[in-house]
Design a protein around this ligand. Sequence first.
Ligand SMILES: [Zn+2]
Length: 136
Amino acid sequence: MKCSACKNGMLHHKNKSQIYTYKGKSITLNQPGLWCDFCEEGVLNGEDIAKTEKEFDRFKTKVDDLLSPKEIRHIRKDILKLTQEEAGKIFGGGKNGFSRYERGQVKPLLAISNLLKILERHPTDLEYIINRDKLG
Ligand SMILES: [Zn+2]
């Protein structure tokens, strides 16, 4: 396929190092796509974008200083011994909130992420939140 941008090169499906930037921080990812062998143009389809989307998402989570899906699952399940449904009731985000966080579908609010970080260090403080809840 001929490149429509420069009309000189040909497009080939290959990986190309691309720099992606988020909030002033950059990461180099191996981006598959149809890349021109003459100019810098590339054509990316949904599948190509999906290949780097997860990695870029992990990078953004790090830049935002949020807990990763794996960390959230670890704190909820192993440290606080809560089901996803219980965690949703206590921290908000609805019945499926934690399922979405832990699959990486939705990012937690910074407030939820930071609260979980504190509870990771002080898990017994969870009782304080639950007891207050019962009183109300
Ligand atoms: Zn070109």
